[in-house]
Design a protein around this ligand. Structure first.
Ligand code: GDP
Length: 613
């Protein structure tokens, strides 16, 4: 075996790649982050790992330490100065770390629990990653939970795996295969990273344990390998600034600040910056650039270290005036000596106004509210796929005025008097108002859950409506009387269905026209209480369904039924008693799907019989 080559690194002057962690709740995202962060305590090395704003920075020296155990398997190159891992696991940070189609998150880790396989948020994450064309690897976590796993802390997966019993290896293989099949169902080909010959086509799987640290060296090695080899262009230093606002926060002593991920370029104290605000562009000057105090120095007065200048990639807090309305997830631009400030103001606002294209021009639809620009965008993308129209969009907590917007739908399209909220707080007053006005607020941090809740609600509304209007949903039919079985109390007749479909619940009538006055006389025989064919009860009978005839039991609580032999006789054609109102009811959304084309044709034919225009 050839000796592994270790490059001394960073001759290419690349910046640090940025990495995000996604996955279903409880798969171990936080724990994995903690494990990666943990310095080699036994060795007493700090390794220079620094806690930043919203991110952790791993200098290359720390990564070298942690990936030493990989040397027996892989060549190692260290061309980047380090790795920046975003601290907030989950959708938000991932969806936010993009600007205008280009993702600022260079690579993502999708965590899957080996014991649970693919879960709802796993699938949602895959959808996001795919929509954003973001490169990612899968951490197949919790391998230590395989029955009888023998741990070697912080070891490479391959070495640890070699030392397991046959039963453990078999269980691993079975679970892996099942997960690969499930991934294939989501359209993803996957392969264990060290067997992956085609990184462009196959997603790499790294088995890990966030508890024992096994597989973490493999994960770090692969992150470096992929970013250095396949993304070095994106990692070149740029003269201009690329930065995204992760969070807007009030901090004692600093007022409203923004937490920013600087993915390329430099930021300096005093820089004039342009960013997207809720009510228009914000232009201000950087008053302070802050990162957290290193842990050791916590005794010091200030929680933060001030910087004159910071260099990508890092997470930094910016203090400045007028940041109150800043929009999380939007870009931050720095005005250079030759830049047109006005143009930049338009530019940053595009991030928000661009999303307005998703608003339905008919003015009918739901109100959508999300925590950040990125999550709003993800939600809008999804609703578009699901063909749910959106009337209005908003960012941040839900207040009464937002609910009032949804309230305008109560009159126009009550099924859309709904707010779909993604990962936001709902103000108490807003909640009460919604409750009192009958506006539904759905709030979830899984997009699928919002969709499920919305569709279930729509179905319930329709069901209620069907119940309310059941009496008027009269389907057309034409009957011929074959036999009068019982004249009254109760009236039972034998009929043949000549046209349409006869259903239980339908009111049946005869229509006669006075030859002298030409006056139409519509006589209600009663509502169908039951239908029987050969003494077997049925719910409905279609034309041509039986030659035997149908026994129809009719009931009219008014007691005004016409009398057989006097008002009606067997030669009278019988009809379901349609009216303008019944026709309109069938046109309603609640019933529309149930009315066949042949029903509409028959209704058209019967209109003159009833004198309906
Ligand atoms: P998150 O919701 O994805 O951030 O998940 P957490 O990191 O909070 O982990 C959820 C639970 O799983 C916690 O009780 C962790 O201790 C546990 N856990 C996470 N990773 C592992 C692992 O690799 N092995 C085992 N046995 N437990 C784990």
């Amino acid at each position: 075996e050839a000796p592994p080559v270790v490059s001394s690194g960073n001759k290419k002057d690349l910046r640090s790649p940025i990495c995000c962690i996604l996955g279903h709740v409880d798969t171990g995202k936080t724990k994995l982050l903690d494990k990666i962060r943990q310095t080699n305590v036994q060795g007493g090395e700090a390794g220079g790992i620094t806690q930043q704003i919203g991110a952790t920075y791993f200098p290359i020296e720390a990564i070298k330490q942690k990936t030493k155990v990989m040397a027996q398997y892989e060549k190692q190159t260290f061309d980047v100065p380090g790795l920046l891992v975003i601290d907030t696991p989950g959708h938000e940070s991932f969806t936010n770390l993009r600007s205008r189609g280009s993702s600022l998150c260079n690579i993502a880790i999708l965590v899957i629990d080996i014991m649970h396989g693919l879960e709802q948020q796993t699938i949602e994450s895959i959808r996001l990653l795919r929509d954003r064309k973001a490169p990612f690897i899968v951490a197949l976590n919790k391998i230590d939970r395989l029955y009888d796993w023998k741990e070697i802390p912080n070891n490479s997966f391959r070495d640890s795996f070699e030392k397991q019993s046959r039963a453990v290896k078999e269980e691993f293989q079975t679970r892996l295969t099942n997960i690969q099949i499930a991934l294939a169902e989501q359209g993803l080909n996957s392969e264990l990273y060290f067997q992956n010959k085609n990184m462009a086509k196959y997603v790499s799987i790294v088995p890990t344990s966030a508890v024992t640290g096994e597989g973490v060296p493999d994960l770090l090695w692969l992150l470096l390998e992929l970013t250095q080899k396949r993304m070095s262009k994106q990692l070149m230093y740029l003269s201009h600034v690329e930065a995204t606002i992760l969070e807007v926060k009030v901090i004692e002593g600093f007022g409203t600040t923004i937490d920013v991920i600087l993915s390329n370029g430099y930021l300096r104290e005093g820089d004039r910056i342009v960013l997207c605000g809720m009510n228009g562009p914000i232009v201000t000057n950087i008053r302070a650039l802050l990162t957290p105090q290193p842990l050791r120095e916590l005794r010091l007065k200030s929680e933060y270290v001030h910087h004159k200048e910071v260099k990508a990639a890092l997470g930094v807090k910016i203090a400045a005036n007028d940041l109150e309305k800043a929009v999380s997830g939007s870009r931050l631009l720095v005005v250079g000596p030759d830049d047109d400030e006005e143009e930049m103001m338009d530019d940053v606002m595009d991030d928000l106004t661009g999303l307005l294209d998703s608003v339905d021009t008919s003015g009918k639809g739901v109100v959508v509210q999300a925590s950040t620009l990125g999550s709003l965008e993800a939600l809008l993308d999804f609703l578009k796929d699901m063909k749910i129209p959106v009337m209005s969009i908003g960012l941040g907590p839900v207040y009464k005025r937002d609910v009032m917007k949804a309230g305008t739908m109560l009159e126009r399209a009550p099924e859309y008097a709904v707010m779909l909220c993604f990962d936001v707080k709902v103000d108490k007053e807003a909640e009460q108002y919604a409750e009192q006005e009958g506006i539904k607020i759905f709030n979830a941090d899984i997009i699928y859950h919002l969709f499920d809740a919305f569709t279930a609600y729509q179905e319930k509304l329709l069901e209620d409506r069907r119940k309310d209007f059941m009496d008027y949903a009269i389907f057309p039919c034409v009957l011929q009387t074959l036999q009068i079985i019982n004249k009254r109390g109760p009236m039972i007749i034998g009929v043949d269905v000549i046209e349409g479909e006869l259903r239980v619940g339908t009111p049946i009538c005869a229509v006669r026209t006075d030859p002298a006055t030409k006056e139409r006389n519509i006589m209600l025989l009663g509502k169908v209480i039951s239908l029987e064919i050969n003494h077997q009860p049925v719910n409905s009978v279609k034309k041509g369904q039986t030659a035997a005839g149908v026994a129809v039991r009719l009931e009219d609580p008014s007691g005004q039924q016409p009398i057989w032999g006097r008002h009606v006789d067997e030669s009278d054609t019988l009809y379901s008693m349609i009216s303008r109102r019944s026709i309109d009811t069938l046109k309603d959304q609640a019933f529309r799907d149930q009315v066949a084309r042949s029903d509409w044709l028959l209704i058209k034919k019967l209109k003159p019989v009833f004198g309906i225009e």
